[in-house]
Structures are given as C-alpha cells and as structure tokens.
Ligand binder design. Structure first.
Ligand SMILES: Cc1cc2nc3c(=O)[nH]c(=O)nc-3n(C[C@H](O)[C@H](O)[C@H](O)COP(=O)(O)O)c2cc1C
Length: 200
C-alpha cells in the first residue's frame, strides 16, 4: 500500500502519526496563567532538538472548538514552563491531569497532585517528579489554523532539577527514573513492557 497524505482526513493522518511515531516521550507541562493559576497537562508530541543551546519542544493541538489549549496561552503569557518526567509511579495522575478543564480550574487539584514551585522560573512543578526541566520559551511555530494544526512550543532548558537517587556519575539511571511513553489509543510503554490505561 502506498498513501498520498493529501487523500487522508485529519483523523486518518493522526492515526498514522500516533501508531508510527511510537513510543513517544511525554512532556508533562507545568504552567501558570497571568492571573497566577497553576496548570498541568501531558503532551506526547514531544522531543529534544538541540543540546547547545538545550532545546526541547512539544506541540499543542487546538481544542475541538478551535480554542487554544490553556498550556499554550500560559506559555505565550509567561514565556516559561516546566517539563516533568512521567515515571510509572505517577502515570495515573498524569492521565487524570489530561482532563479538558476550563482555564480557571487547576489540574493539580483535579489529579490530586501537589504543586511545588520551580526554583528559577514562574511555573509549578509536580511534587514527586524525579526529573524536571525549567524552560524559557524560545519560540512558538504555528502550522496553520485547520483542525489538527499544531503549535510547536520550543523552549530552552535553563535549569535541571534531578533527584539525587536517579543521578549517578553524570548519568541518569533510567531504570530508577522508569519513564513512560505513549503509544496509540489507550496504550503506553514502560522501558520493559506495554500496558493499557483508560483516560482519566
Ligand atoms: C498521554 C497524553 C498525551 C497527550 N499529548 C498531547 C499532545 O501532544 N498535544 C495535545 O495538544 N494534546 C495532547 N494530549 C491532550 C492534552 O493533555 C489535553 O488536551 C489537556 O486537557 C490540555 O490541557 P490544557 O488545556 O490545560 O493545556 C495528550 C493527553 C495524554 C493523556
């Protein structure tokens, strides 16, 4: 089979992406609104792009009604965000924090997570996350205004907050970090296996 992507609907193309670019790491982004409200959401369109300067990026797809995701609005307003690594131990709370709440609602409370203040930027982190990147916004790349058009948020990692228990001689102990990746549908992967987890 040979497929011209221009013949595909947004939904069909999305299914090729999530099935074909997998497993994907998860950017669990902590942001704050200009009114000072905390926000937390996972994004699996996520990766690293440069080590000097250290650039990471994740992409937010607009809500079905076309509105911006709160994370994107907050990043545009405050120019910073934290990225919290999702270890297996926190995966249920990560899934809960993906609920589509209104801007004035706090996903930390909703997912029963405790926010802790980032050390050097105006954004919350997840208490218990073993690895946190404190990022400053570098740029947002917008890919259009159709259904499914992403906004790639690129950030420069300014500070790394890493738990001593997973850091050994300049290396991250990924067995102890136990990061979770996203597959398609309700499927996720650990560094050992895959598992299913329904949203919420
Ligand atoms: C594992 C996982 C990965 C996700 N990845 C993305 C993504 O890459 N882009 C996106 O726009 N939404 C993604 N979502 C959905 C958002 O997390 C969800 O829309 C969230 O409510 C956005 O929150 P916000 O409006 O507070 O920014 C993902 C959800 C889950 C559970």
């Amino acid at each position: 089979m040979y497929i011209d992507t221009s013949s595909l609907t947004n939904k069909e193309m999305y299914k090729f992406l999530i099935g074909g670019v997998a497993p994907r790491p998860i950017a669990w982004a902590g942001t704050r609104s200009k009114e000072g409200l905390n926000n937390l959401a996972p994004f699996s369109f996520y990766n690293a792009f440069s080590s000097t300067p250290p650039i990471v990026g994740f992409s937010t797809i607009p809500r079905v009604d076309g509105r911006k995701k709160d994370t994107l609005q907050n990043v545009l307003d405050t120019k910073c965000f934290t990225l919290n690594c999702v270890s297996y131990e926190l995966v249920k709370q990560m899934s809960k924090s993906a609920a589509l709440l209104e801007p004035e609602e706090d996903e930390f409370e909703f997912a029963e997570l405790e926010p802790v203040e980032a050390v050097n930027i105006n954004a919350p982190c997840v208490k218990g996350a073993l690895l946190v990147f404190e990022c400053e916004l570098q740029q947002v790349v917008n890919f259009g205004d159709q259904e499914g058009s992403g906004n790639l948020v690129l950030g420069e990692i300014k500070y790394i907050n890493i738990d001593d228990s997973i850091y050994n001689n300049g290396y991250i102990d990924f067995e102890k970090l136990d990061p979770v990746g996203r597959l398609a549908g309700n499927w996720y992967s650990t560094i050992r296996d895959r598992f299913e987890l329904k949203r919420g």
